[in-house]
Ligand binder design. Structure first.
Ligand SMILES: [Zn+2]
Length: 134
């Protein structure tokens, strides 16, 4: 597993333990079955970084939302597998970590209509943790 920057390298040791385990599992699976090393492009996000990403969005301005990145429970991965490989890998990760976590992911495929840089966002939710977002 490669971390995009020295900052992510440091942050890896500070994110949720379950997220660390899931990323290590996903990378091992990808290297073994697809011969592709995963690249983590974002881990922890500050409040200021969240504001700079969504600050131009009128919905965000009216009612700012939090990201799991701000709670050290999310990671972004470079889109360096095929869609079929991502589906297989994410299905495996979801099954392995469904207890005790609620695994959620979004795959931003290339040329997606919402304009996102292609990447895979994964987050591990703890059931009944809505108060984090209050
Ligand atoms: Zn993300």
């Amino acid at each position: 597993m490669r971390l995009k920057t020295a900052g992510e390298e440091t942050e890896f040791h500070d994110v949720d333990f379950g997220l660390q385990q899931m990323l290590l599992f996903m990378d091992a699976y990808s290297q073994h079955f697809f011969q592709v090393e995963l690249v983590v492009t974002e881990l922890i996000r500050t409040d200021a970084e969240q504001d700079s990403i969504y600050g131009d969005d009128p919905e965000y301005q009216a009612d700012p939302w939090k990201s799991y990145h701000q709670f050290k429970r999310a990671a972004d991965l470079r889109y360096n597998l095929t869609f079929e490989q991502w589906t297989e890998l994410l299905t495996m990760a979801e099954r392995l970590f469904e207890v005790p976590y609620d695994v959620f992911y979004v795959v931003h495929v290339p040329n997606n209509p919402d304009g996102w840089t292609p990447h895979v966002h994964i987050e591990i939710r703890v059931p009944y943790s809505e108060e984090m977002f209050a």
